[in-house]
Design a protein around this ligand. Structure first.
Ligand SMILES: [Zn+2]
Length: 258
């Protein structure tokens, strides 16, 4: 499962937008749990999944999806939808991170901490494990580098006592060892671009999109005001504006014709 602070609201939004997202099985599973938490019975949920799937993709084959949807509905009561407002990073933890050499390594430690605390908040039994693939961690940390360098950084964090590894059967899990209580320093309210959020906290030129809340780099920091929208939202706005402009022109010309 990818990390979402409020799976309930997320599922509601996907239903409203008729959107399967990038990971359809994950979306369908959250949508099913959303209906479950709204007291729908399993048979009803199963029907609603069919309907949702077809709303998102009218060409989807219900036969092809049938087994997957059955499986999702069978397990629907197993996990509750996560509903978290934020994840806090504490001051002593940030100070520990600052002792690390190099921005990339700090970003990685920060990200591992945020992810481990997220899972700790989901379940008390988690005990600081990260439970998330390295690939996903690097993406969250905004680190694009070779696998070799990635493992070297993980190894370094281990050597310095920041993390420890556990070899599970088929993947490597990491446990964060530098969690410490103290005053909150940062509240993470969006689990995308955690690396950028750390750099923003360090005073580097990053901004939060006013529409979707993602943190992005300010491309031209010397050009006065930072942008309001991230590239994705800005593109969406431009498309909407173009559509509106076309509609307006059409309306005007129809009025002239009359
Ligand atoms: Zn945005």
């Amino acid at each position: 499962m990818s990390i979402e602070l409020n799976e309930y609201e997320w599922a509601e939004k996907m239903i409203g937008n008729r959107d399967l997202g990038k990971k359809p099985v994950e979306t369908l599973s959250r949508v099913a749990r959303y209906y479950y938490e709204n007291s729908y019975g399993k048979r009803d949920i199963r029907r609603r999944l069919d309907a949702f799937l077809l709303q998102c993709d009218p060409n989807a084959s219900l036969v092809h999806w049938s087994d997957t949807l059955d499986r999702i509905v069978r397990g629907v009561g197993r996990y509750k939808l996560v509903r978290m407002k934020e994840v806090a990073v504490h001051e002593p933890e940030l100070r520990r991170i600052e002792t690390l050499e190099g921005k990339q390594l700090r970003r990685l430690a920060f990200t591992l901490l945020c992810v481990a605390r997220y899972w700790d908040n989901v379940s008390e039994a988690n005990n600081h494990w990260v439970n998330t693939q390295d690939k996903e961690i690097m993406k969250l940390a905004n680190i694009a580098t070779s696998i070799k360098r990635q493992s070297a950084m993980m190894g370094q964090l281990r050597k310095l006592g920041f993390i420890r590894f556990s070899k599970k059967i088929d993947n490597l899990n990491v446990r964060v060892l530098f969690m410490e209580d103290g005053p909150d320093a940062i509240h993470i309210q969006d689990f995308r671009n955690l690396g950028y959020q750390y750099l923003k906290y360090c005073g580097e030129p990053y901004f939060e999109c006013v529409s979707c809340g993602i943190t992005e780099k300010i491309r031209e920091p010397n050009r006065g005001r930072p942008p309001k929208y991230c590239p994705a939202c800005a593109a969406q706005m431009r498309t909407r504006q173009n559509v509106n402009a076309v509609m307006r022109r059409r309306q005007v010309s129809e009025e002239v014709m009359r």
